[in-house]
Design a protein around this ligand. Structure first.
Ligand code: HEC
Length: 703
């Protein structure tokens, strides 16, 4: 397949001038990836090129003809879990990874399945994944497709057959870690981070020879037990420096910092940049009671790609305690700033600031909030430090906060167009009631939620603040000028939870929307050009490719577990189809998606009043065990538990203790909770449903 399609792409594609130099198809390697722009019809790595701009030079589909776009083919992914990956297209084959890391190769023109590989993830791994057994993408190298499986394995699959070539376990035994990010290739190695900062883990990123899977280096993001240093890791040299910014016995509670997505490589400077995650436990008081910056939480760190040796870091959120993961995707670009071309790295993490850094030195060039912000007034460019509002710090007293832990922008990929000079950010304004447990009440248990959030004090205040939080959320696509740090335009949506973006030389800006559509706008002014129902919310990053003179746009449409308040506030309850991979082309006709199942009306909760003591005990247990996946205050998340139907109400114990929905990602909690405790959680959920349930969708729910 590789050999056959190569010449035809060159001859018919947008790169005719290259035909004279046509080489036989080669494996994806340093040369091909390094010169990805010479093959604009391909999509060779998660963000297309090493700079991860998600900009495509293709323009056959453009702002003058996109109205003719239609569905060329689709393939059912048979899951209601999130599908977050950007597929790859290499030499005529589209490679995709779905929930539970099921990986499939398709003929990119016809959609014919060439092979499928199922790594058979044990269902209990889902308990370590707040947001479902998702994957954000795959990598290609040396004739293999490399996947990062939820259970920690890196698996290289022969790109022709899908047969495993090598497998490496990246997770330290006994650690509550999981892999959801796309593996990246840097200097002939696969580089991968992991998740676990919500469960008491100590984060690290590690690198493996991309041809053999042999480990090459490992960089710990937070210091371990100083008595056990050095530990033979690339990070050894800087861990003493990092340890000075911690206090107490933080290593006993993990520390966190896990990089679960953001990795980008600059082959010229030979640097790997990665974004690091939140502190674990979330409240700083429970991990570093004497304060301190807690390096390298919520930072961008640059290391040498060959050795993993530290080069620089910039901490975006010192003393991180708001679950501000700084793991949103990074973009490299050359920007003209103040008359000089600067090599920059751009970042728009959950904290709601847009950062432009000199990527050679790590010096912050500019930083500006792109959403309303109660966290920090500004970033001092001399010191690089944010001026944090004193009221923002977590205390026992509940307060309203934005950005919340949903973030101003999270993992959904943003894109940058060198043509318009704009960055396109899937943006959220999310509000949340935040507080921490009183001293002495947080109990650390490795592998269990380390949110440490307060829930039961000041119930009246909480109720008021929660009501306010529920009505303030917003979602929009923000076009941001990174040079002048200002908004160019925005495209509003009814809710947060919209998809990643793609931008093309055809002046197209592509995004999946919370309206369960794929929409295309003009990249220069945001005017809508085209929109089509997608059955579900395409939360993933869209991509595009070209074969034999035909350009295609592809996106996974599989709703994930974003915490979105008020999803059911519209004219009817929010419901989605099972996930599909969708591929569009001009003048494609005759392929239609099966109709989205009509939204069931939301079931009414049982009407019997619930005993107050049980409700209160249930609220505390819910916050500790369930909120990480089902949403704070029992709203949003993988499944909104305020809207259980009669069957699920009846089977509550079978589900929560009996593991009845294990295969769906809901593992049994029988090792942690007694029957009486689960009954309390049930009582709390019924009480929450009684508070919020409102059968008439045409009326605003609460004011
Ligand atoms: C690691 C993530 C995670 C945690 C933690 C978690 N759940 Fe779940 N839960 C899920 C997933 C995934 C589903 C399946 C949703 C679906 O079927 O679409 C689910 C489904 C459920 C359902 C069935 C809902 C329905 O309408 O079908 C119930 C009930 C439930 N969970 C209760 C709980 C309770 C109670 C807790 C805390 C003790 C909890 N869950 C903790 C992930 C989680």
């Amino acid at each position: 397949m590789r050999n056959g399609s190569w010449t035809s792409i060159l001859v018919a594609g947008a790169i005719l001038s290259m035909a004279a130099h046509a080489a036989p198809a080669a494996d994806v390697d340093q040369r091909r990836l390094g010169h990805a722009d010479r093959e604009p019809g391909q999509w060779l790595s998660s963000g297309r090129t090493w700079s991860e701009q998600r900009f495509s030079p293709l323009s056959r589909i453009n702002d003058t003809n996109v109205q003719r776009l239609g569905l060329a083919w689709y393939t059912p992914l048979n899951t209601f879990r999130g599908v977050e990956a950007t597929p790859l297209m290499i030499d005529g084959v589209l490679y995709n990874i779905s929930a539970w890391d099921i990986t499939t190769a398709y003929d990119a023109v016809t959609g014919k399945v060439l092979w499928t590989y199922d790594p058979k993830i044990a269902p209990e791994w889902a308990r370590l994944a707040c947001c479902g057994p998702v994957s954000r993408g795959l990598a290609a190298w040396g004739g293999n497709i490399i996947i990062a499986a939820l259970d920690g394995r890196l698996i290289a699959l022969d790109e022709k057959t899908g047969t495993p070539v090598w497998t490496t376990q990246t997770i330290e035994p006994g650690q509550p870690l999981s892999l959801t990010g796309a593996p990246r290739i840097a200097a002939g190695q696969v580089v991968i981070g992991n998740a676990g900062g919500d469960f008491g883990a100590r984060g690290y990123i590690s690198a493996y020879d991309a041809l053999t899977g042999k480990p090459t280096w490992k960089f710990y993001i937070v210091p371990g037990d100083p008595k056990k240093m050095p530990e033979g890791a690339a990070s050894d040299a800087v861990m003493p420096m990092a340890a000075k910014t911690w206090s107490g016995e933080w290593w006993k509670v993990g520390g966190g910092g896990n990089d679960w997505d953001a990795i980008v490589y600059d082959p010229t400077l030979d640097l790997v940049y990665f974004g690091t995650g939140n502190g674990s436990p979330h409240p700083q008081a429970f991990r570093s009671p004497g304060g301190g910056d807690n390096l390298f939480l919520c930072s961008i760190v640059a290391v040498n790609a060959h050795t993993g040796r530290y080069v620089w870091h910039y901490q975006e959120v010192p003393a991180e305690q708001w679950d501000y993961d700084c793991t949103a995707p990074l973009i490299l670009a050359d920007l003209k700033i103040g008359g000089r071309t600067r090599q920059v790295v751009m970042h728009a993490p959950k904290d709601g600031f847009f950062y432009v850094l000199d990527r050679a030195t790590g010096k912050v060039i500019s930083a500006k909030n792109f959403v309303p912000n109660l966290w920090a007034s500004h970033v001092d460019l001399k010191t690089g430090r944010p001026d944090v509002y004193p009221e923002a710090y977590l205390t026992e007293k509940p307060h309203l906060m934005t950005p919340s832990y949903g973030g101003g922008h999270s993992w959904n990929p943003m894109s940058y167009s060198p043509v318009t000079g704009l960055v396109y950010i899937p943006t959220m304004e999310q509000w949340m009631v935040e507080s921490r447990l009183p001293d002495g009440q947080f109990k650390f248990a490795l592998g269990q939620s380390t949110l440490g959030a307060g829930v039961s004090n000041e119930p009246e205040l909480r109720k008021q603040l929660n009501a306010a939080a529920d009505t303030r959320d917003k979602g929009y696509l923000l076009a941001w000028d990174p040079v002048h740090q200002r908004e160019a335009f925005r495209i509003p949506y009814p809710h947060p939870g919209n998809g990643g973006t793609l931008v093309t030389a055809g002046n197209l800006l592509v995004q999946g929307t919370i309206n369960r559509t794929l929409a295309i706008y003009r990249a220069d002014d945001g005017r809508k050009l085209w929109e089509m129902p997608a059955g579900s919310v395409p939360v993933a990053g869209p991509m595009t490719y070209e074969i034999d003179g035909t350009q295609y746009i592809a996106v996974n449409a599989g709703w994930n577990s974003a915490i979105v308040h008020g999803l059911h506030d519209g004219p009817e309850p929010f419901s989605v189809s099972s996930a599909n991979l969708l591929v569009f082309a001009l003048d494609a006709k005759g392929v239609t998606l099966p109709p989205t199942p009509p939204a069931d009306s939301l079931p009414a909760p049982p009407s019997d009043p619930q005993p107050a003591d049980q409700v209160q005990a249930g609220a505390v247990l819910y916050a500790a065990q369930c909120a990480v996946c089902h949403g704070q205050n029992a709203a949003g998340g993988v499944k909104d538990l305020r809207y259980l139907n009669a069957d699920t109400q009846a089977q509550f114990l079978d589900i929560v203790l009996g593991g009845k929905l294990k295969k769906e990602g809901m593992e049994s909690f029988s090792d942690r909770l007694s029957t009486a405790q689960v009954q309390s959680i049930h009582a709390y959920l019924i009480a929450r449903a009684q508070e919020d349930w409102q059968p008439d969708f045409s009326r605003p729910k609460r004011k």
